[in-house]
Design a protein around this ligand. Structure first.
Ligand SMILES: Nc1ncnc2c1ncn2[C@@H]1O[C@H](COP(=O)(O)OP(=O)(O)OP(=O)(O)O)[C@@H](O)[C@H]1O
Length: 240
C-alpha cells in the first residue's frame, strides 16, 4: 500500500499549524514523524484519522494503483479509555477482538507488555504506562494494514522499549504493515524507524530514509536522530 499526502495545510484562527505538507508512505516501512511540542504532529494525525478537516490538500491510500478507504484500512492508537473505565483489561481486549473477524492475537506482544499481570484490573485503576501497553496491544490486535501510533512508548520503561523495538520491527516487516509513529521522545527505540520525517512549525523540513539522513547530517554536533534534527532546525530534541 501507498499513502500519499499532497499539499496539506491547516490553520487555527490566523495561525498556520500545517503548511504544504507533501509526504509518501509505503508498506513494510516504519516512519517516524519527529517534531517538538506544537510542531503539528497531532494535527497531521488527526487529519489522517478524519477527526479534523484540512483547509487544503489531499490524502490518498492506494493498493496496486487503486484507491482504498484510509479509515477502514487504518488503525489509530487509542489514547483514552474513558468509555471503558469500568471494564477489566481482559474484557476490553475480548470486546475489541469481537468487533472484527480479522482480529490477530500476538502472544509475544501480550507477554512483552506484561498484560497477563494486569488482565483482571479495571481500566480506571491502570497507570499511564499500563494504559499505554493496553492501547498498543489493541492497535495491533485489530490487524489493519496501516498503523498510526501517537507517542506509543512514552511512559514505558527502557527495557520494555528495547524489547518492543525488536518485536515491532520484525512484525511490521513480516506482516508488510505501513507504520507511522509520531513522537518527540524516542529514547531507546531509534532502530525501529526505517524513515524519518522532520516537522518544524508545521512544515516538513526533511524526509527520507533514516540511514541516508544519518549520513547526510553526520557532521552535526549531536549523534543520531538528535543530530539530524538539530542540523535542520537548530533545536535540541532528546532522542537518545
Ligand atoms: N483545536 C485547536 N484549536 C486551536 N489551536 C490548535 C488546536 N489544535 C492544535 N492547535 C495548535 O496547533 C499547533 C500544533 O498542535 P499539535 O497538537 O498538532 O502539535 P504536536 O506537534 O502534536 O505537539 P505535542 O508534541 O505537544 O503533542 C499548536 O500550536 C496547538 O496549540
Amino acid at each position: 500500500m501507498e499513502l500519499n499526502v499532497t499539499k496539506l495545510s491547516k490553520r487555527y484562527g490566523g495561525r498556520k499549524v500545517l503548511q504544504d505538507v507533501c509526504l509518501s508512505f509505503r508498506s513494510g516501512r516504519t516512519y517516524l514523524i519527529l517534531g517538538k511540542n506544537g510542531a503539528g504532529k497531532s494535527t497531521f494525525i488527526n487529519i489522517l484519522a478524519g477527526n479534523v478537516n484540512s483547509d487544503e490538500g489531499a490524502v490518498e491510500l492506494l493498493e496496486n494503483g487503486e484507491t482504498r478507504d484510509l479509515q477502514s484500512n487504518a488503525i489509530f492508537q487509542y489514547q483514552s479509555f474513558a468509555s471503558f473505565r469500568f471494564l477489566k483489561v481482559k474484557e476490553v481486549l475480548s470486546f475489541f477482538a469481537m468487533t472484527t473477524a480479522r482480529a490477530k492475537e500476538d502472544p509475544e506482544l501480550y507477554e512483552l507488555l506484561s498484560l497477563d499481570r494486569i488482565k483482571n484490573r479495571l481500566i480506571e485503576n491502570l497507570s499511564g504506562g499500563e494504559r499505554k501497553a493496553v492501547s498498543l496491544y489493541l492497535t495491533f490486535l485489530l490487524n489493519k494494514k496501516v498503523v498510526v501510533l501517537d507517542e506509543p512508548f512514552a511512559e514505558l520503561d527502557i527495557e520494555k522499549k528495547f524489547l518492543l523495538e525488536r518485536h515491532l520491527k520484525e512484525k511490521i516487516t513480516s506482516q508488510n504493515l505501513l507504520a507511522i509513529i509520531v513522537s518527540h521522545e524516542i529514547s531507546g527505540y531509534q532502530e525501529l524507524f526505517t524513515d524519518l520525517v522532520v516537522l518544524d512549525e508545521g512544515r516538513v523540513v526533511e524526509a527520507g530514509e533514516t540511514r541516508d539522513l544519518l549520513e547526510k547530517y553526520k557532521n552535526s554536533p549531536f549523534r543520531g536522530l538528535e543530530g539530524v534534527f538539530y542540523s535542520l532546525t537548530g533545536k535540541y530534541i532528546e532522542v537518545s
